[in-house]
Design a protein around this ligand. Structure first.
Ligand code: G1P
Length: 289
């Protein structure tokens, strides 16, 4: 029997140096797109996939990310007294139930693979999702829910993939594709940030994964990969051939909010996707055409 997917790990220890001075005191995952922080989008997406338990892998100065999902007692009382029911309902909806969130520390930035390894006791022997909050998804069906569905269909590891222009593959994890069945592509190999001329394809991994717990054993070898870091991609590559491993061409769009241009585009796309803001945003864009 396939174990249900209930857990998600969110690596959020990064310093966000690309957004200084905004991120001098503020965690980069608290930067809002329209009116919601990146971290809230990621948690919402995971909950829409049935995720019940969250582990944030944090670093110094990032405890505000866990607080973001706590009950805001004073604020709620004030909103109540002022009859602000809509805002109150929204806040309550965004908070997580008691015991649904834990955090662990990655004291030193040794890589994404190391961050995931830091969540090993939380993961235990269950399948788990990973969401990198810098990758913001605009999808009709939650991207993590699409992966969860693929996990139930294949019974193994699934990563969200998309095609990028060949000259940009060196920024991503890249798959070596096998057979294709609908939106699912068999993964025969994985390589982190390969030089363009050595990339096995232009199908890249984005920051959404459903992995089997066995990946932790491989990450525990602390082998350094691309950029001298312990790479999640290398740990995942070791599962290939032992467990089902697929890429899913997810339906939707991804915005790289770790990058200034991507972050700005996300503001526009998310505003245009909102009924209350789309007319104003179109009018504004018209002025810059
Ligand atoms: C990480 C992963 C990479 C993946 C990317 C998606 O890289 O290591 O495999 O393609 O996220 O955003 P990073 O962007 O942290 O360098």
């Amino acid at each position: 029997m396939l174990k249900p997917l209930r857990k998600a790990v969110l690596p959020v220890a990064g310093l966000g140096t690309r957004f200084l001075p905004a991120t001098k005191q503020l965690a980069k995952e608290m930067l809002p797109v329209v009116d919601k922080p990146l971290i809230n989008y990621a948690v919402e997406e995971a909950r829409a996939a049935g995720i019940e338990e969250f582990c944030f892998v944090t670093g110094r100065g990032k405890t505000m990310l866990v607080d973001q999902f706590d009950v805001a007692y004073e604020l709620e009382r004030t909103l109540e007294a002022r009859g602000k029911q809509k805002e109150l309902a929204m806040l309550r909806d965004q908070a997580l139930p008691p015991g649904a969130i834990v955090s662990t520390r990655q004291q030193t930035p040794l890589g994404l693979g190391h961050a995931i390894w830091c969540a090993r006791s939380f993961i235990g022997d269950e399948p788990f999702a990973i969401l990198l909050p810098d990758d913001l998804m605009l999808c009709d069906t939650s991207c993590t829910a699409q992966l969860a569905e693929a996990y139930r269909a294949t019974g193994g590891n699934v990563v969200a993939i998309e095609e990028v222009p060949m000259e940009r593959v060196n920024r991503y994890g890249v798959i070596s594709p096998g057979e294709t069945c609908g939106r699912l592509v068999e993964v025969k190999g994985l390589v982190e940030k390969p030089p363009v001329e050595q990339a096995p394809s232009n199908l890249t991994v984005i920051g959404r994964y459903v992995l089997m717990p066995e990946v932790i054993g491989h990450l525990a070898r602390f082998e350094k990969g691309a950029g001298g870091e312990i790479q999640l991609t290398d740990g995942m590559a070791r599962l290939i051939g032992h467990q089902p491993f697929h890429g899913l061409r997810y339906e939707g769009r991804r915005f790289d909010c770790g990058d200034k241009a991507g972050f700005l585009e996300a503001q526009i796309a998310f505003a245009l996707a909102r009924e209350d803001l789309a007319p104003a945003m179109r009018e504004i864009l018209g002025r810059y055409a």
